[in-house]
Design a protein around this ligand. Structure first.
Ligand code: PRP
Ligand code: URA
Length: 175
């Protein structure tokens, strides 16, 4: 598949991440008790970026964790056999957790992520930040912070590229 449309270039992606960061600070009246948990893998890089932005604005370090949802997926009965690649070096009990992912589509990944979190403790609250909401939800799940609403057809594929993994920052539609 090749690139059919450029949705966000590097600059636009940076602005979207900055806006999400400001909204997280505003909605939570600061960053007390807050942590960011990125869904592996690109959610992890985006969570790190949001934490860096928050640091530059608030001068506060927000803990960042990585969540592996493989064992909680509803379409991988063998997921339990996979080693858990989560990196959550802090207690989520009583924390305000902002889950971060690159794209929300059916909502099934987020459902799995909520189960993966709950298996580790009882956060005070869970909010959801995504860079792209492409619609077509199959579960009653919505994001609290959205970089871009992008109506798509089911046949299209939305790809988020991040420098750390892909060498460049952009959001594209493949077709
Ligand atoms: O709301 P959902 O229908 O669950 O879709 C969202 C998920 O889809 C994408 O991952 P994908 O499965 O394309 O794998 P990738 O992250 O390895 O590209 C994206 O990273 C989300 O995690
Ligand atoms: O649990 C999940 C997660 C992503 N996609 C699915 O189909 N199921």
């Amino acid at each position: 598949m090749e690139q059919k449309a450029l949705i966000l270039d590097e600059k636009a992606m940076g602005r979207a991440i900055a806006r999400i960061s400001f909204e997280i600070i505003e909605r939570n009246k600061g960053v007390d008790n807050l942590c960011l948990i990125g869904i592996l893998s690109r959610g992890g890089q985006l969570a790190r970026r949001i934490a860096d932005k928050i640091k530059s604005v608030e001068d506060r370090e927000v803990p960042v964790g990585l969540l592996d949802i493989t064992r909680f997926r509803d379409d991988r009965p063998d997921g339990g056999a996979c080693p858990d690649q989560s990196e959550l070096p802090f207690d989520i009990n009583g924390k305000k957790v902002v889950l971060v992912d690159d794209v929300i589509y059916t909502g099934r990944t987020v459902r799995a992520a909520i189960d993966a979190l709950m298996a580790r403790g009882r956060p005070e609250r869970i909010q959801l930040a995504v860079l792209v909401d492409r619609g077509h939800r199959e579960l009653p799940i919505r994001a609290d912070f959205i970089g871009k609403n992008l109506p798509t057809s089911r046949e299209e594929q939305v790809k988020v590229l991040v420098k750390e993994r892909d060498g460049e920052d952009k959001v594209i539609i493949l077709g």
